[in-house]
Design a protein around this ligand. Structure first.
Ligand SMILES: O=P(O)(O)OC[C@H]1O[C@H](OP(=O)(O)OP(=O)(O)O)[C@H](O)[C@@H]1O
Ligand SMILES: O=C(O)c1cc(=O)[nH]c(=O)[nH]1
Ligand SMILES: [Mg+2]
Length: 183
C-alpha cells in the first residue's frame, strides 16, 4: 500500500508552516483525520498494519487520542483484539479512558498515526504499562522521526517521511515571516 499517496489523494498532506505537538516547526504536516475519515481507507490502513504481525497475538491495541482512536479500532478489528485509547490529561500525560479494559499481563500493540518524536505514543504506552500490560510492538502509519523514535519494543511503520523539523528559534520559515499554523 502506498500510504503517502493515500495522504496526498485525501488532501491530508499539507505544506506550509506548522506547529507540531513537540513544539517544533515543520513545512510539512500529515493531517491523518483527513485520511481516516474515509472508513474504507481507514480499514485498509488497519489491515496493512495488522499484516506486519502475522505471528503475533495481542489482547489489545492502544493508541493516543485523538489520532489513535480510529487507528487503534481499525488495527484491532483486523487483528481480532480489543481497541483501547489513551486520552491527554491536563497535566500533559495520557490516561486510559474509563471503561476500557487493560489487565495486568495483557499483551498489547501500540499504534500511532504519525510519529515525530514518539512522545505521544510513549505516554500511551506508559499508561498501559502502569496497569501491568506488556508491550509487544509499536506501529505507525508514518514514521517521520528519521529513525530516531524508540519505544522499547520492535517498531514498524507503513512509510517513512523525511521532512524538515526545526526548533522554533532556528526555524527558517519564522525568519522569513511565514505565518505559523496550528492545525
Ligand atoms: O511523535 P510526537 O512528537 O508526539 O508527535 C506526533 C503526534 O502528534 C499528533 O497528535 P496531536 O496530539 O497533535 O493531535 P491529535 O490529538 O489529533 O492526535 C499525532 O497524531 C501524533 O500523536
Ligand atoms: O509532530 C506532530 O505533531 C505531527 C506531525 C504530523 O505530520 N502530523 C501530525 O498530526 N502531527
Ligand atoms: Mg495524536
Amino acid at each position: 500500500m502506498d500510504v503517502l499517496e493515500l495522504y496526498r489523494k485525501t488532501g491530508a498532506l499539507l505544506e506550509g508552516h506548522f506547529l507540531l505537538r513537540s513544539g517544533r516547526h515543520s513545512p510539512v504536516f500529515l493531517q491523518s483525520a483527513a485520511l481516516l475519515q474515509h472508513p474504507l481507507f481507514a480499514e485498509a490502513v488497519g489491515e496493512a498494519i495488522a499484516e506486519k504481525f502475522p505471528d503475533e497475538r495481542f489482547d489489545f491495541v492502544i493508541g493516543p487520542a485523538i489520532g489513535g482512536v480510529v487507528l487503534s479500532f481499525v488495527v484491532a478489528r483486523a487483528l481480532g483484539a480489543r481497541a483501547v485509547f489513551a486520552e491527554k490529561t491536563p497535566e500533559g500525560g495520557m490516561t486510559i479512558r474509563p471503561g476500557l479494559e487493560v489487565n495486568a499481563g495483557d499483551r498489547f500493540l501500540a499504534v500511532e498515526d504519525v510519529v515525530t518524536t514518539g512522545g505521544s505514543l510513549r505516554k500511551a504506552i506508559e499508561a498501559a504499562k502502569a496497569r501491568g500490560a506488556v508491550l509487544q510492538a509499536a506501529a505507525a502509519i508514518i514514521d517521520r522521526s528519521g529513525g530516531t523514535a524508540r519505544f522499547g519494543a520492535p517498531f514498524v511503520a507503513l512509510a517513512r517521511l523525511e521532512a524538515p523539523v526545526h526548533d522554533p528559534e532556528a526555524c527558517p520559515l519564522c525568519r522569513r515571516g511565514v505565518p505559523l499554523e496550528e492545525v
